[in-house]
Ligand binder design. Sequence first.
Ligand code: PLP
Length: 418
Amino acid sequence: MSANPKQAREDHFERDMAQYRADFPALVQEVNGHPLAFLDSAASSQRAQPVIDAVTHYETHDHANVHRGVHTLSQRATESYEGARESVQRFINGASTREVVFTRGTTESINLVAQCFAGPRLSAGDEVLITHLEHHANIVPWQMLCERTGAKLIVAHVEDDGSVPAENVTSRFTDRTRILAISAVSNALGTVLPLDEIIPAAKAADITVVVDGAQAVPHQQVDVQALGADFFAFSAHKMVGPTGIGVLWGRETLLDAMPPWQGGGDMIETVTLEKSTWNTLPYKFEAGTPNISGAVGLGAAVEYLQGVGMDNISRYEHLLLNVLTEQLEAQGDVRIVGTAPGKAAVVSFLMDGVHPHDLGTIVDHHGVAVRTGHHCAMPIMQRFDVPGTARASLAFYNNRDDIDALVASLATVRKLFK
Ligand code: PLP
């Protein structure tokens, strides 16, 4: 046992967290003759075995269409689908399942808000405020809307270290600011935005707040009621769940006041050839047969994450983030892009004289998966005057070996390119 009790506790915690790696079958493989070191979870995380099992069980035994059938399988499918909604509501502390709309993911959730909430409310000269570090999913829908309505897109400044002090956002509020659309955590830089300061100021100024929570939900406990935003969007596939399913959480009063998103089955109450009326929340926004197995997988994912504990995940990922950052800083020829204090599990970096794509290709030869390019956040790459970066992103199933593998593979990159 370590002589230092604090260190002994840390070691114990790290060993405890290491057990979860075994729940991710995709991590147990060799890639190009090397053990896989998967450092691309910000793009999409791996699936936990309980998620795979829940989806397989549903597909094998329970599949039928939801909400419409009196027969047993339809009832089971409906229970699974609505059970997943309840799990999500508890996970994010929504006030009611009526506030939890299943969508295809973050992108669709933000587009839904832009078109159905903001669209009817914006007029020429109104302002939509975003930050310079947003993912394209939280830029383009607003650009499209501004083009249609004559509203203006205003961009809050990001500092040289990638941080966004609250003042950078709140100082851009004007009496025409109608919407603030903002990330909780940047996928490109790992910056955690000070939403606890920004949102109360926005609400005091009567601004509707839309949070892109895609990179927050996998890494920290989210409580939508405590956060105080109006809408919150996230994707299952970044939080050990399946692709093609995500969530739009919204305040019930706002969702209620919005027109439907798409027309079709399930979102109606009555249809005549002259007129249709709309279903209650959240079904008003879920036209057509939904992604039932995706919802089942998402439900299993949130149950699994709660079992691990979001505070444990956050603590362990910070430990790994510190190790990764220190190791990259020690390389001498590596520059980290985005060094804001209190970052989440993402390190974007450049190696002197090496294009990020070349770096990504060579490290893949060593079984190391990192993402290279603009990370769907071109404006922040332009802000830092780089074409792109290499990005290593962590999840709680990573370990120190993954980081060592990345660092060792960088030595080969250096040999080949310098
Ligand atoms: N917002 C952020 C911050 C992201 O990281 C991503 C995905 O990379 C998205 C939005 C878009 O998510 P999706 O492609 O699942 O809709």
